[in-house]
Design a protein around this ligand. Structure first.
Ligand code: FAD
Length: 429
C-alpha cells in the first residue's frame, strides 16, 4: 500500500501532481522537493506579462502558500534530489536528508540548451527558463539599445515582442528558412513572420551565430555569412534539455527524456515521470511534449495511476503563445499533416489553419480566433468527419461536423496518426 509519495521537481507538473493526489483522496505523506527557492510558479508569463511588468512574482504562484499546508503537502524548497536509492527505497537530498518512499514522481522538467559558440559565456548572453533568468533579463532590458534573439521559437518570439514594446532594436537569427519550423504549419509561420517584421524586428534566416565578441561584456555577434550584429544583450532561445540525470543514475531507462509506459511509469513501476522530462508512448511512437497542458494532464494522470485508477494516457496536446497583439493557439500535432486549409483571412490577422492527414483532421492552429481553437480541440478529440471544404467555409458551423456516432476517446486522434510524428521537443525553440 502506498504511504509515502516523493515528488521531485515543483514546476507545473510536480505541484499539480501533489495537489491531484489529495484531490483523489490519497491520505499518505506527500513531499514535494524543489531545487528552486520560490514556491511553485507559472513559467509562461516569464516571457510575457512578467517581463512587461504587468505581473509580479506573487501573481505567478501556481497555488497560494496556504494550499500546501492545508493539503498536508510538505514542501522542501532550495533542496536538490541527488539520488534515488531504489534498493533502499529512499530519495537522497543534497543536504543529506533521506526521504523514504513507496512511489516517486519525477517532474524534473528541463534546463536551457546552451549555445555552443566562442563568447557564449560573455556577460549579456542570457537564456530564459526560470524566474531568476526572467528577473535578470528584466533588470537588463531597461539599459540596452540592441538585442539579438538567437532562435525563432516561441520564447524568442515572445521576448522579441517585449523588447520591441520597449523600443529596443531587435534582430532575430534563425538557422532555418522560417520561424517555428518544428511546431506550426508554413502558413501560420509566414503570418507570424509578417507580424514581427511589421513590428520592426529584423529577421536573419539561414544564419548561424558563429562567435560572440566583447571585452567581458557582449558587444556584437558574428554570423556564418560574415555579417556582424551589434548587441548588448543576446537571448539564447535554442530549446531545452530534459533533466534525466537523476533517473539515469538510478538505472532507469532514458532517451532524451525519461521513458515511461502508457500509465506514466518508468522502467521501475514505483517511479513515475511526467511533464517536460517524460517521453511517453503514443501508439508506435514515443514523444515528449513541452507544454503546460501536458504537464498538468500528466500530473493528474500520474495521481490516478498511484491511486490505482489505471488508464492509458491519451490527452490531446494543445498549446498557446502570446506575441504582442497576436494570440496563437494550437491543438493537435501539425507535424503529421499533409494538407492545410485556411478558415478566415490572414490579412485580417484572424484566421485558423485546419491541418489534415489524409481525410483526417489532426491539428488546428488559430491566430486571434479562440472559438476555432476550442472547437478544433473538440473536433480532433471526437474524430470528427470535417471535410476540407467545410473547414474553409466560414458559413459552415464547425460543430455540425461532430457526429455522436464517430466519437473517439480524447487524444486518440493524436495517437493514431503518430507513427511518423517527430516529438515536440523542439516546440519552444
Ligand atoms: C519562458 C517560458 C514560456 C513558456 N510559455 C508557455 C506557453 O505560453 N504555453 C505553454 O503551454 N507552455 C509554455 N512554456 C512551457 C511550460 O512552461 C513547460 O512545458 C512547463 O513548465 C513544464 O513543466 P514541468 O513541471 O514539467 O517542468 P519545469 O517547469 O521545468 O519544472 C521542473 C522543476 O524541477 C526542478 N528540478 C529539476 N531537477 C531537480 C532535482 N534533482 N531536485 C529538485 N528539483 C529539481 C527544476 O528546477 C524545476 O523547478 C513556457 C516555458 C518557458 C520557460
Amino acid at each position: 500500500m502506498t504511504q509515502n509519495v516523493v515528488v521531485i521537481g515543483a514546476g507545473h507538473a510536480g505541484a499539480h501532481a501533489a495537489v491531484s493526489l489529495r484531490d483523489l483522496g490519497f491520505e499518505g505523506a506527500i513531499t514535494l522537493v524543489s531545487d528552486e527557492a520560490q514556491l511553485p510558479y507559472q513559467r509562461p508569463p516569464l516571457s510575457k506579462s512578467y517581463l512587461l511588468g504587468k505581473q509580479d512574482g506573487d501573481a505567478l504562484l501556481l497555488k497560494s502558500p496556504e494550499v500546501y499546508a492545508e493539503q498536508r503537502i510538505k514542501y522542501l524548497s532550495g533542496n536538490r534530489a541527488v539520488a534515488i536509492d531504489r534498493s533502499g527505497r529512499v530519495v537522497v537530498l543534497a543536504d543529506g536528508q533521506k526521504l523514504p518512499y513507496d512511489k516517486v514522481i519525477l517532474a524534473t522538467g528541463g534546463r536551457r540548451a546552451v549555445l555552443s559558440a566562442p563568447g557564449a559565456e560573455l556577460d549579456g548572453v542570457v537564456g530564459l527558463r526560470t524566474f531568476s533568468d526572467a528577473a535578470d533579463i528584466k533588470a537588463r532590458l531597461g539599459a540596452v539599445r540592441n538585442v539579438v534573439v538567437i532562435g525563432g521559437g516561441f520564447i524568442g518570439l515572445e521576448f522579441a515582442c517585449v523588447a520591441r514594446s520597449l523600443d529596443v532594436n531587435v534582430c532575430l537569427v534563425e538557422l532555418a528558412g522560417r520561424l517555428l519550423g518544428r511546431s506550426v504549419s508554413e502558413i501560420t509561420a509566414r503570418h507570424v513572420e509578417d507580424v514581427h517584421r511589421a513590428n520592426g524586428v529584423s529577421l536573419c534566416f539561414g544564419e548561424k551565430v558563429v562567435a560572440l565578441h566583447g571585452e567581458g561584456r557582449l558587444q556584437s555577434l558574428e554570423l556564418s555569412s560574415g555579417k556582424t550584429l551589434p548587441a548588448e544583450l543576446a537571448l539564447v532561445g535554442v530549446g531545452m534539455t530534459p533533466n534525466v540525470d537523476l533517473a539515469a543514475a538510478a538505472g532507469l531507462d532514458v532517451l532524451d527524456g525519461v521513458l515511461v509506459d502508457t500509465f506514466l511509469r518508468t522502467s521501475d513501476p514505483d517511479v513515475l515521470a511526467i511533464g517536460d522530462c517524460a517521453r511517453f508512448p503514443a501508439n508506435d511512437a514515443m514523444m515528449r511534449v513541452e507544454s503546460v497542458q501536458n504537464a498538468t494532464d500528466q500530473a493528474r494522470h500520474a495521481a490516478h495511476t498511484i491511486t490505482g485508477h489505471l488508464a492509458p494516457y491519451s490527452a490531446l496536446p494543445w498549446f498557446w503563445s502570446d506575441q504582442g497583439g497576436m494570440k496563437l493557439q494550437m491543438a493537435g500535432l501539425a507535424q503529421t499533416a499533409d494538407r492545410f486549409v485556411v478558415r478566415g483571412s490572414p490579412a485580417s490577422g484572424s484566421f485558423s489553419v485546419f491541418c489534415f492527414c489524409g481525410d483526417r483532421l489532426v491539428a488546428v492552429e488559430s491566430v486571434n480566433r479562440g472559438a476555432d481553437h476550442v472547437m478544433g480541440r473538440r473536433l480532433i478529440a471526437a474524430n470528427a468527419a470535417l471535410t476540407e471544404q467545410q473547414a474553409s467555409d466560414e458559413s459552415f458551423p464547425l460543430k455540425n461536423a461532430i457526429s455522436p456516432n464517430r466519437g473517439a476517446p480524447a487524444g486518440e486522434g493524436m495517437t493514431r496518426t503518430a507513427s511518423n510524428v517527430r516529438s515536440l521537443d523542439e516546440r519552444m525553440k
